[in-house]
Design a protein around this ligand. Structure first.
Ligand code: 5GP
Ligand code: ZN
Length: 111
């Protein structure tokens, strides 16, 4: 069965996209845990932070640097935000496609 985020990247599943380029995509979480909850993902399917290698580990800085851009565009994030990587089952990772949670405003629960 294909990865849900890969389906979103291919537009086989609908999502509310804030930004995308050839490497990175930013879209709204379907079940927001805060006033503002985006997912920042690489377009390449990589399972988690623990599955990076020397060729693709620079993707992490591309994901993190998206947060500066989001904070300038989204009013609730201008004052600050929270970034979370869940890694593996013990870290609460459900979707096995590397993603960075971007949260701002009132946080309801930890993603
Ligand atoms: P995880 O627990 O793996 O770190 O977080 C996965 C996140 O993906 C969850 O916050 C969940 O709400 C979100 N999510 C799961 N399926 C979909 C989907 O089909 N569309 C969107 N936009 N978000 C999803
Ligand atoms: Zn994937």
């Amino acid at each position: 069965m294909e990865c849900v985020f890969c389906k979103i990247i291919k537009k086989e599943l609908p999502s509310q996209i804030l930004f995308e380029n050839d490497k990175v995509m930013v879209f709204k979480d379907i079940d927001p845990k805060a006033d503002v909850h985006f997912l920042i993902i690489p377009k390449e399917h990589i399972e988690s932070l623990n599955h990076l290698n020397q060729e693709n580990n620079q993707l992490i800085s591309s994901l993190i640097s998206m947060s500066d851009r989001i904070s300038k565009e989204i009013v609730e994030a201008k004052n600050g935000y929270k970034l979370i990587f869940n890694v593996g089952q013990g870290g609460g990772q459900i979707v096995k496609h590397l993603h960075l949670h971007f949260l701002a405003g009132k946080i309801k629960r930890c993603p």
